[in-house]
Design a protein around this ligand. Structure first.
Ligand code: PGA
Length: 236
């Protein structure tokens, strides 16, 4: 296990961030801990024992657009990772493949590491479409970018923020499928993370999944005790 990526989403206020930093302290870990707060807070983190990432970047390049945050700005704040393709952005911001392709290209141009999220909805799972969906989400984007500094986060949409973790057997099967596609189509092996209701109590069992490089965690990452607990489990 290499990565614990913490996706704070639009949670935590300035005072919460101050408390979070105090409580996390100079944490010592062999795991690559990546904190992805809202971009407005990037400057509040010390980055001594962890890396910083963002939850989104602009899909445009060199355009003056109110409200956008560019990959180059993220880089200038010392952040090294960006989450692209999260299901909440697919659902609520109606982002589609061309957005992900542009964002990935912008990230690569600026030397950021990309965490590209894929995953099936409950309906797709129930209709036996998981493999088809995963293959489409991979190939329609990766066919159109340079595959550089990209890791894949497998996050079943129905497992995000619901407390329902995907069956270990299903995670293994789906990770194997993703690995096979990457090898067959691109002759490449990428780091694969799992996300969806991961916390300090279930992470131990999930760590047994061979071929996983770590986790993308939302809710449980807002609590530093849970983050410390997850790191301890991952280091075992
Ligand atoms: P969760 O979120 O851990 O709260 O399920 C994961 C994610 O959205 O990346």
């Amino acid at each position: 296990m290499k990565y614990l990526v913490c996706n704070f989403k639009n949670k935590l206020l300035k005072d919460d961030i101050l408390k979070y930093n105090r409580s996390l302290g100079d944490i010592e870990t062999k795991i690559k801990l990546v904190l992805c707060p809202s971009s407005i807070y990037l400057g509040m983190f010390e980055k001594s024992s962890y890396e910083l990432g963002v939850q989104d970047i602009s899909s445009f390049m060199d355009k003056t657009i109110t409200g956008e945050i560019e990959a180059s700005q993220v880089k200038s704040m010392g952040a090294k990772y960006v989450i692209v393709g999260h299901s909440e952005r697919r659902i609520y911001k109606h982002e589609i493949n061309i957005d992900f392709i542009n964002k990935i290209n912008n990230a690569i141009e600026n030397g950021l590491n990309i965490i590209y999220c894929i995953g099936e909805t409950l309906k797709e799972k129930e209709n036996g479409m998981t493999f088809e969906v995963l293959e489409k989400q991979i190939s329609e984007v990766l066919n159109n970018v340079e595959i550089k500094n990209i890791m894949i986060a497998y996050e079943p949409v129905w497992a995000i923020g619901t407390g329902k973790v995907c069956d270990i057997k299903d995670i293994k099967e789906n990770i194997k499928f993703i690995n096979d596609i990457l090898m067959e189509k691109y002759e490449i092996k990428l780091d694969i993370l799992y996300g969806g209701s991961v916390n300090d109590t279930n992470i131990g069992e999930l760590c047994n999944i061979k071929d996983l490089s770590g986790f993308l965690v939302g809710g449980a990452s807002l609590d530093t005790n849970k983050v410390k607990g997850m790191l301890i489990e991952m280091e075992k």
